[in-house]
Design a protein around this ligand. Structure first.
Ligand code: SF4
Length: 420
C-alpha cells in the first residue's frame, strides 16, 4: 500500500483510501489516509484523463458500468460537482496527451451543462497541442447543436455505440436506439468537423447468425469510420441479460460460431484497409486510439467523476460509485478499491497489457521487465515460450505468434506471477 501516513499539515481533511472494497478479505482492512496535497501530487505523473458521466436514458441489459437511467434532475448538480472536481484537479496535472469522456452517455447532458464540463477541462488542464480528446456518444443523443459544442470545445474524436444494425438483436440487448441514427450521428459529427470516429460493434448476440454479422460489418464499413472496436458479447455477472441466461430465457451463441465470427470480423476489416492493432480494436493507419494504447502501455492516468478508475505508477483506484457520496465529498471524491501493486506485479501487468497490442512489447521494456523480476524469473519464462513457438521477436518487440494468441491465457497467466 502507499507509504504515506496521515498528514494534516495543510489543514484539510485527509483523503481516505479504502482498500479493495470489492475484493474478498481485503475489505476488512482499514482505510489509509493521505493528505490532499500528497494525493493531488500524484496527478503530475498522469499523461491521460478519464472522466465518467454516469447517465443513460435507458439501462441496457448487458451493461455493468455505473450508469443511472431516468435521472434528469441529477444532471445539473452532477455537472456542478464535476466542474468543481475538474477545476480542483486540473492545475495539479502535467501536460495531457489524451482525454476520454465516457459513461454512461456523456451526450445525454443538456447543451449548457455539456459546455460547462468541456470548458472546465479546456480551462483547467494543460492539454498537449495534439491531444486526442474523445467523447462517447449514444447514436440517439447526437444532435447538430451538441456536435457543434463538442467540435468548438476541441473534442476531436467521438466513439459511437453502434453495436448492431439489426433491431431484433438490439432488442436482445435491451438497447434502445434506432440503427438509422448511427448513420445520422456520423453525418452530423463529420459536418461539425470531427473527423476521427469510432464505431463499437458487439457480435455473438443471442440468435445472431453469420449473415447477420456480415451485414453489420458491411454497414459499418460503408460509414468508413477511422476506428472500430469489436467485442463478443459478454454476460457480466448479475446483469439482467446474465440473469436471463441463468434462467434459460436466452442462449449463448455456440463457442465455435463465436470463434468463427471473430475470424470473419478480423478478415473482413483487414480486407477493407483496417489493421488490427489490439485483440478487439481495428483502425485505419494513424487512427489507433491513443488513450486506450496508453492503458495497454501501462501508463498513468487520472480519473474524475463517480466510479472512474485511475492508475498512477502501480497505484490503482476507483472513485466512489455512488452519486450521493460523490456530491458529499466534493471536490475530491472518496477513493475506493485502492490497490498498490508490488514491482513484480507491475511487471506482470506490463506483460499482460502489452501483449494485447499486436505490435507487442518493445525490447527495452522487456529488458526492464526481466531485470525487475526477482531472480530474473520472467527471462526464463519468456525464453521457453519463444522456444515453444508461442512468443516471437517481431520488429524488435516481443509479440504473440499465431499459436501464442490462441494460447494467450496460458502465456499471460505464466507471465503474471511466478508459478502462475
Ligand atoms: S448506453 Fe452504454 S453505458 Fe448506458 S446502459 Fe447502455 S451500455 Fe451501459
Amino acid at each position: 500500500m502507499p507509504e504515506e501516513s496521515t498528514d494534516k499539515t495543510i489543514g484539510k481533511p485527509p483523503i481516505a483510501l479504502t482498500q479493495c472494497t470489492t475484493q474478498g478479505d481485503a475489505a476488512e482492512k482499514a482505510p489509509l489516509e493521505i493528505s490532499e496535497n500528497r494525493w493531488l501530487g500524484k496527478a503530475k505523473h498522469a499523461s491521460g484523463l478519464y472522466i465518467h458521466i454516469p447517465f443513460c436514458f435507458h439501462k441496457c441489459h448487458y451493461c455493468d458500468f455505473f450508469s443511472i437511467a431516468h435521472a434528469d434532475d441529477e444532471h445539473e448538480p452532477f455537472a456542478r460537482a464535476l466542474v468543481n472536481e475538474l477545476e480542483h484537479v486540473g492545475p495539479n496535472c502535467g501536460e495531457l496527451d489524451t482525454v476520454f469522456i465516457g459513461g454512461g452517455t456523456p451526450t445525454l447532458l443538456e447543451n449548457g451543462l455539456l459546455e460547462r464540463v468541456l470548458s472546465a477541462i479546456r480551462d483547467s488542464f494543460h492539454l498537449s497541442e495534439d491531444v486526442e480528446w474523445t467523447v462517447e456518444a449514444n447514436p440517439e443523443t447526437v444532435t447538430e447543436s451538441n456536435a457543434a459544442i463538442l467540435a468548438n470545445a476541441g473534442v476531436n474524436r467521438v466513439s459511437i455505440g453502434a453495436q448492431t444494425f439489426h433491431p431484433h438483436l438490439l432488442k436482445e440487448l435491451e438497447r434502445w436506439h434506432d440503427p438509422r441514427n448511427v448513420i445520422r450521428s456520423v453525418e452530423l459529427l463529420r459536418s461539425s468537423g470531427i473527423d476521427n470516429i469510432n464505431l463499437d460493434l458487439i457480435y455473438a448476440i443471442p440468435t445472431e447468425t453469420m449473415p447477420m454479422l456480415q451485414s453489420d460489418l458491411q454497414q459499418l464499413i460503408d460509414l468508413s469510420p477511422e476506428h472500430l472496436s469489436c467485442y463478443a458479447l459478454t454476460f457480466e455477472p448479475n446483469t439482467p441479460l446474465e440473469v436471463k441466461l441463468r434462467k434459460g430465457a436466452v442462449s449463448k451463441v455456440e463457442h465455435e460460431l463465436e470463434a468463427e465470427m471473430f475470424k470473419v470480423v478480423s478478415d473482413t476489416l483487414l480486407q477493407h484497409g483496417y489493421h488490427q492493432y489490439e485483440i478487439s480494436n481495428f483502425a485505419k493507419r494513424g487512427f489507433e486510439c491513443k488513450h486506450n494504447v496508453m492503458y495497454w502501455e501501462n501508463k498513468s492516468w487520472w480519473a474524475c467523476g463517480p466510479a472512474a478508475a485511475g492508475h498512477v505508477d502501480g497505484l490503482r483506484w476507483r472513485n466512489v460509485p455512488r452519486l450521493r457520496d460523490y456530491y458529499k465529498q466534493n471536490p475530491l471524491p472518496p477513493v475506493v478499491d485502492v490497490e498498490q501493486l508490488s514491482v513484480d506485479q507491475q511487471m506482470g501487468e506490463v506483460c499482460m497489457l502489452g501483449l494485447r497490442l499486436t505490435r507487442g512489447i518493445p525490447r527495452a521494456t522487456v529488458k526492464m521487465v526481466i531485470q525487475q523480476s526477482p531472480d530474473l524469473w520472467r527471462g526464463a519464462v519468456i525464453d521457453s515460450f519463444i522456444q515453444d513457438g508461442l512468443l516471437e521477436w517481431k520488429n524488435d518487440s516481443l509479440a504473440f505468434t499465431k499459436n501464442g494468441r490462441i494460447m494467450g491465457d496460458v502465456v499471460i497467466g505464466d507471465l503474471l506471477m511466478k508459478d502462475g
